[in-house]
Design a protein around this ligand. Structure first.
Ligand SMILES: [Zn+2]
Length: 87
């Protein structure tokens, strides 16, 4: 039972409480200060881009990298098919 039942609670799934919901008071977005109440990430286009660039590790899974690998696979497949025809 919460101490003050009138205050809205965060309710986030808490790992430290065996999966029970968080009992911290919620902020205006419905989450407490520890579960996304204070900050919910970059809002502007520039901020999102800056965040994604700052967290880029090697770029292996970027859209450009994935499509380039797919293109190379297609080329290798065509090449293989051509050598099969020539036989
Ligand atoms: Zn919380």
């Amino acid at each position: 039972m919460p101490i003050n039942s009138k205050v809205a609670l965060c309710g986030a799934k808490a790992r430290q409480r065996n999966g029970l919901p968080c009992r911290q008071p919620a902020m205006k977005n419905g989450r407490c200060r520890m579960h996304g109440g204070k900050c919910t990430g970059p809002k502007t286009r520039e901020g999102k881009l800056r965040s994604s660039q700052a967290n880029l590790k090697h770029g292996y899974y970027t859209q450009a990298s994935i499509s380039e690998r797919k293109r190379m696979q297609e080329i290798m497949k065509w090449r293989h098919e051509l050598t099969e025809i020539e036989k």
